[in-house]
Design a protein around this ligand. Structure first.
Ligand code: GZL
Length: 335
């Protein structure tokens, strides 16, 4: 039989398998037909995917941008997205994962609101053969309960904030801290990272620390209470996110002081509101935490569904922003 006839047969055979990778022009008979290890098995494309996403809530500018990135990317790629919002309640998020398991989605993305309490429902997903990708926030579960973590190095974000603060206050400050959602990976690690660097500055002290739950409203309430208790003793604020920093700015102005001047403020996220506050001279720096994770998430999801290897951690790429750059950069920001 001529090679050309074999090729035609092979092409007919390959086309009968549905969407498979084209078989290269053979250099020997043995490569003519797909074997069990070749990529000839059904490879899914984006438009074949049904992806579940258990979002934690809509508590901040960061989260809003993160949700938009997930939804817009799914639409652009033609992925069927089953998106559920837990409204910042872990019970709702656990229930969302169970709903996605029942719907037999191909893969589940989740941003766990807190680090603990996930073993049971992640085990259920594992038993159902549905892989999990942790997006944005990590969960305290055995490593084989999830395929990858896509997100930031929150410890490093805390370290960066402390180094910036030391420079801003000439290594001498009485700091109040606005902590993120208690038990969440970003709050836990931003808390630790900041303190790790603060050890190098004996004249920088955290005089109080309380959760503002990553929201502007709570950040304002906690800062107002700090000002009532400590008044002008406070010389700096470390906020775990921009929304709480903006709340602190409101409280400082209501108290009659100048935020960014009388009290230096360093926060994390680099959301639009932070750039506007820096331009107004009310915020002194923001450490970027990138919420635009949609493209990376779906790229990882497709690889997982097609059995391709992926890293256990895919870190986000992030910078630091200061008032002097804010006006020029703000128009380029997507969130
Ligand atoms: C960080 C993210 C945090 C943001 C907050 O990756 O989980 O949650 O810093 C958001 O703004 O609420």
């Amino acid at each position: 039989m001529k090679i050309s006839h074999i090729l035609i047969l092979c092409t007919l055979f390959a086309s009968s398998l549905g969407p498979v990778a084209c078989i290269q022009r053979p250099d020997s008979l043995s490569t003519l037909l797909p074997d069990s290890n070749s990529n000839a098995r059904l490879e899914k494309k984006y438009e074949d995917l049904i992806v579940g996403y258990a979002q934690l809530g809509a508590e901040s500018e960061w989260r809003a941008a993160n949700t938009i990135s997930i939804k817009e990317t799914a639409e652009q790629l033609g992925v069927e997205l089953r998106f559920l919002d837990a409204q910042q309640k872990q019970d709702n998020q656990i229930e969302a994962v169970r709903k996605l398991i029942i719907q037999k989605v191909d893969i589940i993305g989740i941003s766990p609101i807190v680090e603990t309490g996930w073993e049971e429902v992640f085990q259920e997903a594992k038993n159902a053969g549905i892989p999990i990708i942790l997006v944005d926030r990590r969960a305290d579960v055995p490593e084989d309960f999830y395929v990858s973590y896509l997100g930031s190095d929150f410890l490093e974000e805390g370290r960066k904030a402390a180094r910036i603060m030391a420079d801003l206050v000439n290594e001498k400050a009485s700091i109040v801290e606005l902590v993120g959602t208690i038990g969440s990976a970003p709050a836990n690690d931003r808390y630790l990272g900041f303190r790790e660097i603060l050890k190098e500055y004996p004249q920088m002290h955290i005089i109080d620390s309380e959760s503002g739950d990553f929201t502007r409203a709570r950040g304002r309430e906690v800062m107002a209470a700090f000002l009532k208790k400590y008044g002008n003793e406070i010389t700096a604020v470390y906020a775990h996110n921009d929304d709480m920093a903006l709340g602190a700015i409101d409280a400082i102005e209501e108290y009659g002081l100048n935020p960014g001047q009388d009290i230096k403020i360093v926060s994390i996220d680099a959301a639009r509101g932070a750039f506007e506050a820096m331009i107004a001279g009310k915020l002194n720096a923001t450490v970027e935490c990138n919420p635009l994770l949609g493209p990376q998430f779906f790229e990882l999801a497709l690889k997982v569904v097609n059995g391709q290897p992926i890293p256990k951690w895919v870190p986000s790429i992030e910078g630091i922003f200061f008032p002097e750059d804010a006006s020029e950069i703000l128009p380029t920001r997507k969130y």
